[in-house]
Design a protein around this ligand. Structure first.
Ligand SMILES: [Cu+2]
Length: 202
């Protein structure tokens, strides 16, 4: 259930960003405390000959600017990976959220409730909508969140590296039953997926 225990390409890039931000924040914290300790050791008065503009320019403006730009670039690249770019291999599955269930329809016409079946190792485009209020589909080990909005369809690309089961949640408060508005993802191997959707609907 943990975002930093990814089981698919999209979740892996989200986890990478998490670790990069943790590392960066740790370095910055250490730097700030080192400068603070230095300031205390020098005591009052101190050396006034240095130009303060140097500190403001480099540490106050250039460094935060570089860090923010790097994070923005990283986030843009990761965000682009969630787009449902055309792929011969991709499977499209319809997901409808409501208070308090998830209704899923597959190619070939099969339907399930509160269980989302997907093929492992293949990109899956989830076409997500809702019938009543706004919900949000989230499978932390596979991908980021996507809102389920009444009257509107959002597409989220997810992929599981290997067959298995993964836990999904509603990530947007949607009413008194919100805490139980979860579902299970079952990722099948190729044979299992064919058996599930039927021979004609790979
Ligand atoms: Cu919900």
């Amino acid at each position: 259930m943990s975002t930093i225990d990814p089981a698919g390409p999209h979740a892996r890039s989200v986890a990478g960003l998490w670790w990069a931000m943790l590392g960066g924040a740790t370095l910055l914290t250490l730097l700030v405390f080192a400068l603070l300790a230095l300031a205390f050791r020098r005591g009052g008065g101190g050396d006034r000959t240095q130009d303060p503009r140097l500190w403001i320019g480099w540490l106050g403006l250039a460094m935060p600017g570089a860090v923010l730009l790097a994070l923005l670039g990283f986030a843009l690249v990761i965000g682009a990976r969630t787009l449902p770019v055309p792929s011969d291999d991709a499977v499209a599955i319809d997901v409808v959220a409501r208070q308090y269930a998830w209704n899923v329809a597959y190619p070939g016409g099969r339907r399930t409730q509160d269980v989302l079946h997907i093929p492992a190792g293949r990109p899956v485009n989830l076409r997500i909508t809702a019938t009543d209020v706004i919900h949000s589909l989230w499978v932390p080990r596979l991908a980021g969140k996507m809102d389920a909005i009444p009257g509107h369809t959002n597409v989220l690309r997810i992929e599981a590296d290997a067959p298995g089961t993964y836990q999904g949640e509603c990530a947007e408060y949607c009413g008194t039953g919100h805490k139980d508005h979860g579902f299970t993802v079952v990722a099948h191997d190729a044979a299992g997926w064919t058996a599930f959707v039927g021979e004609n609907a790979r």
